[in-house]
Design a protein around this ligand. Structure first.
Ligand SMILES: Cc1cc2nc3c(=O)[nH]c(=O)nc-3n(C[C@H](O)[C@H](O)[C@H](O)COP(=O)(O)O)c2cc1C
Length: 354
């Protein structure tokens, strides 16, 4: 346990160094899932995307009501290799309210991780019971727990034990091979969890069919039948804020979670800003800022190539975008990329300059 304590101390130090001005009261003790005004608009957890830097970029564009970290392995946190996973739990005050998402197969590790996450000052803990990635479900984790409801129960209870007063939520899918809203969502609602996010697909469906919002709506009816008040958030294929509000109202949801929608429009959560309203100049400015923040945060820790996956998010939707992406893709360092971006005048593309 000494190693884990050392890690915790290091993680806390990181937070102090990185910390910026608080956007949410640090001393908040109440349950975020109870206090946020409805409908709750949440930024989805996305592996290798929603790190501390990305969350700050999105918070600057238009703040969602709540954000999630990338999923972090509870078994990894409690192992001697914890250094390889804990970077996922870095954050600044600007990103709060912030929920740490964890996954794994060992209830005791959930308990210990929850205890640490509480000490790190997060606003909640979310358990990943939805990830469909083969190498994860082969370990019996995440969405595989849909097939193991008793283990899911043990994990929820262990996490709640470690979390103390901190709210514990679950994010899941509608079923594993088949839609099992009645059984699986019903099972989860039998627990006193603080919130439930439902991605409207089964595991087998991956992302190949449209999200089934009628089925998400069914979960609300099951909750009512059980006499529960667990906040339910729907998730899947939401393209703009207007649609998110419309879905929340139509299905009487407490909130909506949005993932890929922010790739199309970083201003997704800003009222009145449609994807078409974001100019080429603004996209270049946002990308430059993202590269700078990434370099400040991760230099020497994460490969710069990871940053290139964001090219498509910013360099799109204007004439010459595809060519510009190709040119920018060749840069191997943040400084070269920033210099190249700075050399583009507001109305220039690379081809204009040749
Ligand atoms: C690149 C990527 C990474 C993801 N990583 C996670 C994750 O770490 N935890 C999780 O619960 N879901 C993860 N998801 C699923 C999303 O949170 C969300 O449920 C899914 O993308 C559907 O919502 P959307 O249509 O709004 O994107 C990921 C999705 C994407 C595209």
């Amino acid at each position: 346990m000494r190693e884990v304590a050392q890690w915790l101390a290091r993680a806390l130090r990181v937070r102090e160094v990185v910390g910026s001005s608080p956007a949410f009261p640090t001393c908040m003790t109440s349950n975020v899932w109870q206090t946020i005004e409805r409908p709750i608009m949440a930024l989805a957890p996305m592996e290798d995307v929603t790190d501390t830097v990305f969350r700050r970029v999105i918070a600057d564009c238009g703040r969602p009501d709540v954000m999630f970290t990338e999923f972090t392995s509870a078994d990894g946190i409690c192992s001697s290799g914890h250094d390889r996973v804990v970077h996922r739990l870095r954050y600044t005050e600007k990103e709060r309210p912030l929920i740490a998402q964890i996954w794994g197969i060992t209830p005791e590790h959930y308990e210990q991780s929850a205890e640490m996450i509480r000490k790190l000052g997060f606003d909640g803990i979310d358990i990943n019971m939805g990830c469909p990635v083969k190498k994860i479900i082969n370990q019996g984790a995440c969405s595989y727990l849909i097939n193991k409801p008793d283990l899911a129960t043990d994990i929820i209870q262990a996490t709640q034990h470690g979390a103390g007063e901190l709210p514990v939520s679950v994010k899941t899918r509608l079923g594993f091979g088949e839609i099992a809203t009645e059984e699986w969502i019903g099972h989860l609602l039998d627990h006193d969890i603080d919130a439930l996010t439902i991605h409207g697909r089964t595991v087998k469906q991956m992302s190949e069919v449209a999200a089934d919002w009628n089925e998400i709506g069914k979960a609300v009816k099951i909750r009512e039948r059980k006499g529960k008040s667990t906040p339910i958030l729907g998730n899947g294929d939401v393209e703009n804020l207007w649609q998110a509000y419309e879905l929340a109202e139509r299905y009487r949801l407490d909130g909506v979670m949005v993932g890929k929608g922010v790739f199309r429009n970083p201003y997704f959560f800003a009222h009145g800003w449609e994807a078409e309203d974001v100019s080429k100049e603004e996209k270049l400015r946002l990308f430059t800022n993202h590269v700078r923040l990434y370099e400040d945060e991760w230099q020497g820790e994460k490969n710069f190539n990871v940053m290139k996956k964001f090219l498509k998010m910013y360099i799109n939707g204007f004439p010459g975008a595809s060519h510009m992406r190709g040119e920018l893709f060749r840069y191997e360092s943040a400084s070269d990329m920033i210099e190249a971006l700075a050399s583009l005048t507001p109305h220039q593309t690379f081809s204009d300059r040749i």
